[in-house]
Write a protein that binds this ligand. Structure first.
Ligand code: ADE
Ligand code: ZN
Length: 346
């Protein structure tokens, strides 16, 4: 779209909700709502240390990334059977459809499950079946990215990759998540090199809580195609120039950053500064069941707090398609639908 139609400011929240978008940074285990955690715990006879849904929700008061991860891994302990993984993913995909998400690339953390004795097949087949059904029944395109847990060893990541390779056609890439500080990207240099040789897409969390140096090494050592979060990059002008010049996408998650105290308020979030510096930022939900909202809530709350405009909205939605791992024809179709939506708001 060459010239953006004029969209009245009072129509901006409706535009944010209606515009077609891709979601590129969400952890499927982070979409487990407390109600589903309790239902699965009952179904599987798993004990959880909370008396009620309300008590569990009250525990969602985080001070940093680690305080969240402790509860997030405990929540995932109710997932045992293939149907559990299907039900979790299906619930998210229904919410994604409601938010006009045309395409989603969902992270999953196999080590969280295989360490408890759940088979890799169980995890991947349950999630993948939900992706197949989403396309057929919801018209939502969905794919999977396998994340290595960075607080574990590279040896453990290699063993996980070996277990997953028989299911290679059911995931499109690998990522790196969990506790960032003290676990720099270069710890996983060899396993990422192997994944690259296998033709997998590469992404990594970097610059969420960790320093700009971790974004540099995610790019230069791991050779990632996208940086997850990356918000600490604004502390390093040379890194900002590199990200802009090479059009490296950042998958930003504003409500996550707020709930994990990365920024003191949404008004002080640097999403607008990243866009205005020419970076290819996108908006995503990260762990929507824990951080107070799915992707549209991330858009509407952030725009209300920061005064971003319809021009920013278009850039963010367009970036989400440009940064996705779909083929060129599919991408063009998504952008055409975005442009038609904008035109209908003029
Ligand atoms: N795993 C789930 N959510 C995460 C986040 N925001 N950062 C790192 N690892 C995660
Ligand atoms: Zn994340």
């Amino acid at each position: 779209m060459n010239t953006l139609p004029t969209i009245p400011a009072d129509r901006l929240p409706a535009l944010l909700r209606a515009m077609p978008k891709a979601e590129l940074h969400m952890h499927i285990e982070g979409s487990l709502e407390p109600e589903l955690i309790f239902a699965l715990a009952r179904r599987n006879g798993v004990a959880i240390p909370y008396a009620s849904v309300d008590e569990l929700r009250r525990a969602y008061a985080f001070t940093n990334l680690q305080s969240f991860l402790d509860i997030y891994y405990a929540g995932a302990s109710v997932l045992l059977k293939e149907q559990d993984f299907y039900d979790m993913a299906w619930a998210y995909l229904l919410r994604a459809q409601a938010d006009n998400v045309l395409h989603t690339e969902m992270f999953f953390d196999p080590q969280t499950h295989t360490a408890r004795g759940v088979a890799m097949d169980t995890v991947v087949n349950g999630l993948h079946r939900a992706c197949v059904d989403a396309r057929e029944k919801l018209g939502v395109s969905a794919s999977l990215i396998l994340c290595f847990l960075r607080h574990l060893s590279e040896e453990d990541a290699f063993a996980t990759l070996e277990q997953a390779l028989p299911l290679r056609d059911k995931f499109i890439g690998v990522g790196l998540d969990s506790s960032e500080v003290g676990h720099p990207p270069e710890k996983f240099a060899r396993v990422f090199a192997r994944c690259r040789a296998l033709g997998l897409h590469l992404v990594a969390h970097a610059g969420e809580e960790g320093p700009p140096e971790y974004v540099w090494t995610a790019l230069d050592v791991l050779k990632v195609e996208r940086v997850d979060h990356g918000v600490q990059s604004s502390k390093d002008p040379a890194l900002m120039r590199r990200l802009a010049q090479d059009r490296i996408p950042l998958t930003v998650c504003p409500l996550s950053n707020l709930k994990l105290c990365v920024f003191p308020s949404l008004a002080q979030h640097n999403l607008g500064a990243l866009l205005d510096a020419g970076l290819m930022a996108t908006v995503n939900s990260d762990d929507p069941a824990y951080f107070g909202g799915y992707v549209n809530e991330n858009f509407t709350q952030t725009f209300a707090a920061t005064g971003l405009t319809a021009r920013h909205a278009y850039m963010l939605a367009r970036n989400s398609f440009e940064a996705s791992f779909v083929d060129a024809g599919t991408r063009r179709g998504f952008v055409d639908r975005l442009d038609a939506c904008l035109a209908s708001f003029a």
